[in-house]
Design a protein around this ligand. Structure first.
Ligand SMILES: [Zn+2]
Length: 243
């Protein structure tokens, strides 16, 4: 499977398919395109104002983060006045703000206008979605792949937006909670009959400290609804993400 590619089950369920593929014209545009121009303009304005508020909040938090990184350098016995380190506290503080930007984005923001009413009730599978996060125990990255399957009832979500939830949501987390949060976000947004999320990730806090071998992965999963209750449906999902 190609990096970040989206797989769709062909067999064993008939009718399942890649929402992004040609021939998926049954997917109607979401609510946004049906809205009157003035409502759309008001939404854009609201989003602009929200971004402005977030930028202001980030600016206010920056000095505290810079001071923290300065003391980390001092704690490591470095000389923060050395040329190469002069701007490091600022750069590191900005990088940390970027890496944790998921805190400022709600699932609703990301999914806004991406949910479609669709009379489609076959399993939708999206696999090999790249994910990055920071483990909350060490503030060190863990990264890997997310595989998602859900059984829609009436609503499906644009795949790019679905992927966006996880790629954008770079948070300070533990993998188990991230897995569950993704499953709950999909449940909340789509009210599907069932959802399954699997994350396979390498944790740098283990790899770099030599506890774990380079290629070993931590695998976590959350299954909800029929994907939890019905062994056949769960088996189907597991088979499809393996292929
Ligand atoms: Zn860790």
């Amino acid at each position: 499977m190609e990096k970040g590619s989206v797989s769709q089950n062909s067999a064993p369920r008939q009718g399942a398919r890649d929402q992004c593929s040609p021939g998926s014209s049954r997917l109607r545009p979401g609510r946004a395109s049906e809205l009157p121009a003035d409502v759309r303009r008001a939404r854009v304005q609201q989003q602009r104002e929200k971004r402005g508020r977030e930028e202001a909040a980030k600016g206010a938090e920056l000095p505290a983060l810079e001071a923290a990184y300065l003391s980390i350098l001092q704690g490591l016995g470095e000389n923060p006045a050395r040329q190469g380190l002069l701007l490091t506290p600022t750069r590191a503080a900005r990088a940390m703000q970027f890496l944790t930007k998921g805190y400022q984005e709600s699932t609703e923001d990301i999914l806004n206008d991406a949910i479609f009413d669709e009379d489609h009730n076959e399993m939708v599978i999206v696999k090999d979605i790249d994910m990055f996060s920071l483990c909350e125990h060490h503030l060190v990255p863990f990264f890997g792949k997310v595989h998602i399957g859900y059984l829609p009832t009436k609503k499906v979500v644009g795949l790019s937006k679905l992927i966006g939830i996880y790629v954008k949501k770079v948070l300070v987390l533990v993998q188990e909670r991230l897995t569950r949060q993704i499953a709950l976000a999909i449940t909340e947004a789509l009210k599907p009959a069932g959802v399954a999320v699997i994350i396979e990730a390498s944790h740098m806090c283990m790899v770099m400290r030599g506890v774990q071998k380079m290629n070993s992965k931590t695998v976590t999963s959350t299954m909800l609804g029929v994907l939890r209750e019905d062994p056949k449906t769960r088996e189907e999902f597991l088979t499809l993400i393996k292929n």
